[in-house]
Design a binder for this molecule. Structure first.
Ligand code: GLA
Length: 387
């Protein structure tokens, strides 16, 4: 038993924990290949308002799901025993228990201002807010990297989505005003200053309103293809490959494209982190900032082409949103997250923002698509107790 003495962790009445969603500047489908990712936490996220229960039950409610509360006993949880949204919090209780922590009885009320299915990691925000709440109530001190691994295990083994570590790591480890370069092989982290708002820029998340679902087959298929390519190339992981030309050794053109995406996206994540770090060291930041954002924008657009043509996970609304944003003055744009639905991230000079939003809305209207929604992605702090 590694948990500290039980009780309510200093919460006499209900306490509130918050975990943010994330955007990702660069590195898609690189996390499970142990490459690099460069996410930042959003201001929006999930709150878990929790109070201990003496009966050792977990009673889970969500403001976004107006059903009856879901009641489970932490001791009898097993993968497959809970379905729907409650599988995420129940999975966290299961994974904490599996890791040797005491899981207290608790009533947990969930609320969220994150769009679901928009590719901004609402699932991980839900998992991480509940993980912190359960640890807080139990008085358990768990290192954040370990907690990220526990939340990921909940998603992989309890919910059944074969995702990597980026989302949980971003929710638990990002810093306000920074993007986080994460080496998913070693879990080494470098925080690099990223404050688009300060420099007259907006990191705009454009929700294309096509929901994306990780439990559907395509995400898992990409993962299997990458595993197959790894075996055929005889490398420890695609993240360890430095030169995309190695892909040329593969006979299958599809696998060659998958490898090229992973290797180049991981390199782009490092290149952007290096550019942001170098800019932060400049004496005259105002002069160099715009160059840095233009550079990042070009890499975003390159990444979109790689995601569209090499990984083949884009969707029509994302392609149109990327084109419309760039035509309206964005420095660059790309689809965000696992693919086949969700959002686009565009880097837009603030003075171009109204025109860009209008152009995007118009491009969708012309095609009779559901209007896009917009979110100003402000690099924000990681998960924490807020009350
Ligand atoms: C989803 C998964 C992540 C990651 C991204 C793609 O968000 O949850 O682990 O693989 O897709 O980069």
């Amino acid at each position: 038993m590694r948990a500290a003495a039980g009780g309510s962790g200093g919460c006499v009445s209900a306490c509130v924990w918050f975990a943010p969603g994330r955007a990702n500047l660069m590195g898609e489908h690189t996390d499970y290949n142990t490459g690099f990712v460069l996410p930042f936490a959003l201001a929006q996220g999930v709150t878990a308002t929790a109070v201990a229960r003496p009966d050792r039950l977990l009673v889970l409610r969500s403001k976004q799901v107006p059903d009856e509360p879901v009641t489970v006993s932490p001791d009898s949880l097993a993968p497959g025993s809970v379905a729907g949204w409650a599988a995420y919090p129940a999975g966290v209780a299961w994974a904490l228990r599996e890791a040797g922590y005491r899981v207290p009885g608790a009533s947990i009320d969930i609320d969220s201002d994150l769009p679901v299915g928009a590719g901004v990691a609402s699932s991980a925000a839900l998992e991480c807010s509940v993980a912190l709440a359960l640890c807080g109530l139990a008085g358990a001190q768990v290192a954040r990297r370990d907690l990220a691994a526990i939340a990921k295990r909940a998603e992989n083994e309890f919910v059944g989505a074969p995702t990597g570590i980026i989302d949980q790591a971003a929710a638990l480890l990002c810093r306000a005003g920074h993007a986080m370069l994460l080496d998913c092989g070693t879990m080494d982290i470098t925080h690099v200053p990223f404050r688009p708002g300060r420099d007259g820029m907006t990191a705009l998340v454009i929700d294309t309103r096509v929901p994306h679902a990780l439990v559907s087959g395509e995400y898992g298929r990409r993962r299997s293809e990458c595993e197959q390519a790894t075996r055929l190339l005889g490398v420890p992981s695609l993240g360890s490959v430095a030169d995309a030309a190695l892909a040329g050794r593969l006979a299958d053109p599809v696998l060659r494209r998958r490898v090229r995406h992973v290797v180049t996206d991981s390199a782009r994540a490092r290149a952007i982190a290096a550019a942001l770090a170098a800019e932060a060291d400049q004496a005259d930041q105002a002069a160099t900032a715009q160059e840095t954002y233009r550079f990042i924008g070009r890499l975003l657009t390159q990444a979109h082409l790689s995601l569209r043509d090499d990984l083949e996970i884009s969707w029509p609304e994302a392609d149109i949103a990327v084109d419309a944003a760039i035509a309206a003055g964005a420095y660059g744009a790309r689809m965000l997250g696992g693919g086949f639905g969700g959002s686009v991230l565009a880097l837009v000079p603030a003075q171009r923002l109204p025109a860009a939003r209008a152009a995007l809305t118009e491009a969708f209207a012309q095609r009779s698509w559901t209007p896009p929604e917009f979110l100003d992605a402000v690099p924000s702090a990681a998960a924490r107790r807020i009350a």
